[in-house]
Design a binder for this molecule. Structure first.
Ligand code: ATP
Ligand code: MG
Length: 416
C-alpha cells in the first residue's frame, strides 16, 4: 500500500485523557481511534493487525476441531434470566426498547450457544463438539483505563465444547491448553499458563494464560526454573520461596495481562437449559461443557505495549500490518522515484506485503520517525546514497541492525 493513499497519519499526541501506553502508541501511529473510555475503532493498520491475530486464533481452533459460527450480540433477556446471570453478572449491559422489552448485550455467549447446541446435539453419538466465534463483546467494566487491553466493547474468541464424559472433557482441555500456548507463541508472546480459581463460573480450577507486562492488571507468582505459575489470589507460595513444584527454582512475582483462559463449566449450563442426551445404555446425561476465551483486541494491546520501545511500536512478523516499510528518500529525483516504484511493484508481485512511503513532501527525518513509530519488522531505504552504493539499506526494527543488501537478496533477508 502506498502511504500517500493511506487515510490515516501519525499524530504528535494522543488525547490527554488516554493514560494507557498501549493506546497512546496505537493512537499516535493511527492504528486505532478512541471513541470514549474503553471503546476504540480500528483503522486500516490496526485492523490488519487484529485480522492477522484473529486468523492465527482461527487456524489453531480449526486445527483442534473447532467449528466457527457467528452468534448474535443483541440477546433476548429470557436465557439470561433462565441461568440467573441477568441478576448476577454485574458487567452485563441491559437495554430496554421503546416497547419496554428487555435485551442483553453479549458479554459471553453460554446463554446463546447452549440452546443452539441443544437443537443439534441429540445423542451421545453427536458428542464431542466444539463451537467457536470471534466477535464483539460488551461489558460494563467499571475501570477502563488500560487502553485496548480492557474495553467496554472489545473482541474475543469464545469457544464452547460439549462432552459425554469428564474424561473426554479432560482430554480436550489438555489439547486446548497446548493450542492456546501455540497461539500466543505465534503472536510473538511468551504466555504462562497459571492455575487460578474459576471465578463466578465454577468451583473447579481453571487456566489463565498470562503475558508478563508492566501494563498488566494481574499479579502472578512464577518459578524462574520450571513452568509453575499461579495467580497470587490462589497461590500458596510467595515470592522468594523455593518452588514446591520443581524443588529447584525460586519464585518471583510479576505484573501480567490475561490474554486467554479455559474453564470447566461442568453441567451448570446444560442443566440450566435441561439439555440432555441418551448415553449408549439409554441413560440420560447432561453434557459437560467447557468454555475457552482469547481476548483478540487485548492481544493487540499487549503486543503493542510489551514489545514496543522508546521510538514506537515493534510488531512481530506474524502480526505486523506489513512485512516491510519501503521508505523513499530523495523522491524529487524522478529516476530514484522510478526505481522505488519498480521495487514496490516487484515486491508486491512476489507476495511481500509492503507499506511504501512514497510521500513527496515529507522530510527524511520525519519518514524515519514515522517508520519507527509504525513498527513494521523491516525498513527498506531507497535513496540517492543507496542507489550510488548499488545496495539497499535494510533495518530490522526489533534490533536496529542495519544491512546493506543486493536487491536479489532482499526477500531472503526480510524473511529471516
Ligand atoms: P479479566 O479478569 O481481565 O476481566 P475475565 O476473567 O473477565 O478477564 P473472560 O470473561 O474469561 O475474562 O474472557 C476471556 C478473555 O477475554 C480474557 O482472558 C481476556 O483476554 C479477554 N477480556 C476479558 N475482558 C475484557 C475486556 N474488558 N476488554 C478486553 N478483553 C477482555
Ligand atoms: Mg472480567
Amino acid at each position: 500500500m502506498r502511504q500517500s493513499h493511506l487515510f490515516t497519519k501519525t499524530r504528535k499526541e494522543a488525547p490527554a485523557d488516554e493514560t494507557a501506553k498501549d493506546a497512546q502508541l496505537l493512537i499516535k501511529a493511527g492504528y486505532v481511534n478512541k471513541e470514549m473510555a474503553g471503546v476504540y475503532s480500528y483503522l486500516p493498520l490496526g485492523m490488519r493487525v487484529l485480522q492477522r491475530i484473529e486468523n492465527i486464533v482461527r487456524e489453531e481452533m480449526d486445527a483442534i476441531g473447532g467449528q466457527e459460527i457467528v452468534m448474535a450480540t443483541l440477546h433476548p433477556s429470557e436465557p439470561w434470566k433462565q441461568t440467573g446471570a441477568w441478576d448476577m453478572v454485574d458487567v452485563l449491559f441491559k437495554i430496554q426498547s421503546r416497547t419496554e422489552k428487555e435485551y442483553a448485550m453479549g458479554q459471553s455467549e453460554e446463554e446463546i450457544v447452549t440452546p443452539i447446541a441443544q437443537t443439534y446435539i441429540t445423542s451421545y453419538k453427536d458428542l464431542p463438539k466444539a463451537i467457536y466465534q470471534i466477535g464483539n463483546k460488551y461489558r460494563d467494566e467499571l475501570r477502563a483505563k488500560s487502553g485496548v487491553m480492557r474495553g467496554r466493547e472489545f473482541r474475543m474468541k469464545d469457544m464452547y465444547s460439549f462432552h459425554a464424559s469428564q474424561e473426554d472433557f479432560d482430554t480436550f482441555y489438555a489439547i486446548s491448553k497446548t493450542a492456546y500456548l501455540k497461539v500466543f507463541e505465534r503472536c510473538g508472546l511468551t504466555a504462562k499458563a497459571t492455575e487460578a480459581s474459576g471465578g463466578s463460573f465454577t468451583q473447579k480450577l481453571s487456566y489463565e494464560f498470562m503475558v508478563l507486562t508492566d501494563a498488566g492488571e494481574d499479579d502472578i507468582v512464577y518459578c524462574d526454573t520450571c513452568t509453575h505459575c499461579a495467580n497470587v489470589e490462589v497461590s500458596d507460595q510467595k515470592a522468594g520461596e523455593q518452588c514446591k513444584r520443581c524443588g529447584k527454582g525460586t519464585l518471583a512475582t510479576a505484573k501480567a495481562s490475561e490474554v486467554g483462559n479455559i474453564f470447566d463449566l461442568g453441567t451448570r449450563y446444560t442443566k440450566a437449559f435441561d439439555f440432555k442426551v441418551k448415553d449408549a445404555q439409554g441413560k440420560e446425561l447432561f453434557p459437560i461443557m467447557g468454555c475457552f476465551g482469547i481476548g483478540t483486541t487485548r492481544l493487540v494491546g499487549v503486543i503493542a505495549e510489551a514489545l514496543s520501545d522508546a521510538k514506537g511500536l515493534v510488531w512481530p512478523a506474524a502480526v505486523a500490518p506489513f512485512a516491510a516499510h519501503l521508505v523513499l528518500i530523495d523522491g524529487k529525483d524522478e529516476n530514484i522515484r522510478k526505481d522505488a516504484d519498480a521495487l514496490y511493484e516487484t515486491l508486491t508481485k512476489q507476495g511481500v506485503s509492503v507499506l511504501y512511503d512514497d510521500r513527496a513532501d515529507v522530510s527524511a527525518g520525519e519518514k524515519f520517525k514515522d517508520a519507527d513509530l509504525l513498527g513494521m519488522p523491516w525498513r527498506i531505504v531507497i535513496s540517492a546514497r543507496t542507489i550510488a552504493a548499488g545496495q539497499l539499506e535494510c533495518v530490522k526494527r526489533s534490533t536496529g541492525e542495519t544491512f546493506a543488501v543486493n536487491e536479489s537478496d532482499l526477500i531472503k533477508t526480510i524473511a529471516a
